[in-house]
Design a binder for this molecule. Structure first.
Ligand SMILES: CC(C)(COP(=O)(O)OP(=O)(O)OC[C@H]1O[C@@H](n2cnc3c(N)ncnc32)[C@H](O)[C@@H]1OP(=O)(O)O)[C@@H](O)C(=O)NCCC(=O)NCCS
Length: 156
């Protein structure tokens, strides 16, 4: 199995859409999927490939000169826990540093939101923490249907 990570291009968008469709628990909201579909067509990012086929991606947005946000990130259902996410974060850290950003941030579902699944956002939060992100605080967001988002960030 060969894994490589390269910059996201417009031609990758449909493959990224397919990655999202493989994760219905995490990307069940149609408005969220539409927003992600727009991001993979507009924003910079990286794709992780397994034997040449796209299996994961992330997108990036620089809201302010000193920091970059991971706006969307996913690894396809059949490819999780193989190190693709870690490789994508490594590239995001490099992109952030070379674009003048000192902090990389991400929003994900907060721990105060109850989940009755074994494979849910607790695993996502554990992933980011394993990647060196620190939880900063929870916020209730109107554009997340009033749900609670956790802000995490790490220095690059
Ligand atoms: C979160 C996600 C991007 C991680 O990508 P991944 O390729 O599965 O992660 P990696 O294999 O690189 O994991 C690196 C380390 O993070 C930690 N980690 C990853 N997933 C974890 C989980 N579910 N539970 C606990 N720790 C986890 C582990 O320490 C892991 O190392 P190990 O496998 O040697 O123990 C991926 O699982 C995913 O797409 N999840 C569903 C969608 C999602 O949550 N997207 C992010 C929304 S903000």
């Amino acid at each position: 199995m060969t894994i490589d990570v390269r910059p996201l291009t417009a031609d990758d968008a449909q493959s990224c859409d397919s990655v999202i469709l493989s994760l219905p628990y995490f990307f069940g909201d149609p408005a969220g999927r539409a927003s992600c579909a727009e991001a993979v067509r507009m924003e910079p990012g990286f794709v992780a490939r397994v034997d040449g086929a796209i299996a994961g991606f992330l997108t990036l947005k620089q809201h302010f000169p000193g920091s970059v946000e991971i706006t969307w990130m996913a690894v396809g259902a059949g490819h999780r826990r193989r190190g693709l996410g870690a490789k994508l974060i490594g590239r995001a850290v490099g992109w952030c540093a070379s674009n003048g950003g000192g902090m990389l941030s991400v929003l994900t579902l907060g721990p105060s939101v109850p989940e009755d699944v074994s494979d849910g956002y607790a695993g996502t939060r554990a992933f980011y923490q394993a990647m060196g992100f620190v939880a900063l605080r929870e916020l209730q967001l109107r554009d997340w249907n009033d749900s609670h988002a956790l802000i995490l960030a790490r220095a690059v």
